[in-house]
Design a protein around this ligand. Structure first.
Ligand SMILES: NC(=O)c1ccc[n+]([C@@H]2O[C@H](COP(=O)([O-])OP(=O)(O)OC[C@H]3O[C@@H](n4cnc5c(N)ncnc54)[C@H](O)[C@@H]3O)[C@@H](O)[C@H]2O)c1
Length: 301
């Protein structure tokens, strides 16, 4: 028996890169797959249905079962259509994997409203629209798996991708909230922070210390979609090449107290020596990154 036999899985961004690798593996492991992809350029431009159709063809040629939805995830109708397609075709939805994404890189002080909105809409709202539709169906089924895609920059911040980093951070908390809100209905929610060679990572202004292929990311997604991973929820996993790592859950580290309200002067006198600050890894590397960029190099990640 294949690993995902009988499962019905919808994958957004399944036309290219990591989403495509996830779709191909899910289908090869026996799942019926909705290949959802708007078929856009890296910045979200010029949609075409050919990209999703191509992957459906590929799955069919390999003996698998798939159907295409060449819709955008940025609207409620688009998210609903992706889930409805699975339910109408195969009677249920066992998992959704929200991989779709775009980039509009720009320094914060130059970023347009349109650049902000397009990125937040595709990543964060695009995960919400699909989670929203899927969670309603999964609540009725009393089972299901939601998987979001974040990024290291969603945890660590980014010099020139504030829109992308903020959207990716939002996805982590959306996933945690889904894990909490749907726990009693038997639905899990987890996040993947991948690194893989795709057209998107080719655009990253750094040399990546760790890198891998989209196909390296897919098995962890298949595991989380399976019945063997029902005990895992609210987690974020880095997947890159042969490495799988779990991220910590945010928690307060140190506190200071007084009876009543602090004055600014009292805070000034006490904060550095008691609560202090937490190390910000990328802040310490800004100078090296700027030097590398100045000579046309990509600094190491
Ligand atoms: N590649 C990496 O190293 C890396 C690192 C961190 C995070 N990620 C995340 O992993 C995910 C996949 O990235 P990738 O590198 O495979 O990118 P990719 O550009 O190869 O593929 C993204 C796919 O999403 C589709 N898409 C874009 N907007 C859409 C929309 N509105 N509706 C439906 N589909 C849409 C595109 O058509 C494309 O096929 C993204 O969320 C990305 O942010 C990737």
């Amino acid at each position: 028996m294949a690993y995902l036999d009988g499962k019905v899985i919808a994958i957004t961004g399944a036309g290219r890169g990591i989403g495509r690798a996830v779709a191909l593996l899910c289908a090869a492991e026996g799942a019926k797959v909705v290949v959802a992809d708007y078929g856009v350029g890296l910045a979200g431009e010029e949609p075409t249905s050919e990209v999703a159709d191509e992957v459906v063809k590929e799955i069919g040629n390999a003996g698998g079962t798939a159907v295409a939805v060449a819709d955008t995830v940025t609207t409620m109708e688009g998210g609903q259509r992706i889930v409805d397609t699975a339910v109408n075709e195969w009677g249920r939805i066992d998992g959704v994997v929200c991989v779709a994404g775009i980039l509009r890189e720009r320094m914060l002080f130059n970023m347009s409203e349109e650049e902000w909105d397009a990125v937040v809409e595709t990543h964060l709202k695009g995960t919400f629209t699909v989670f929203r539709a899927a969670s309603a169906a999964m609540r009725k089924q009393q089972s299901g798996t939601l998987i979001g895609f974040t990024s290291g920059v969603g945890m660590l911040g980014s010099v020139a991708q504030a829109n992308y980093a903020a959207a990716k951070a939002g996805i982590v908390t959306l996933v945690r909230s889904a894990a909490l809100g749907l726990h009693k209905y038997g639905v899990t929610a987890n996040c993947i922070a991948p690194v893989a060679r795709t057209r998107m990572s080719a655009n990253v202004p750094m040399t990546l210390d760790e890198n891998g292929e989209p196909e390296d990311v897919a098995p962890m997604v298949a595991y989380l979609l399976s019945d063997k991973a029902r005990h895992i929820t609210g987690q974020t996993y880095t997947v890159v090449g042969g490495k799988i790592a779990v991220w910590s859950q945010p928690a307060e580290v140190r506190a200071m107290y007084k009876d009543g309200r602090w004055t600014p002067e009292e805070i000034e006198a006490r904060l550095d020596s008691s609560v202090g600050t937490e190390k910000m890894a990328l802040l310490e590397r800004l100078e090296a990154m700027a030097k590398a960029a100045a000579v046309g190099d990509k600094p190491n990640s």
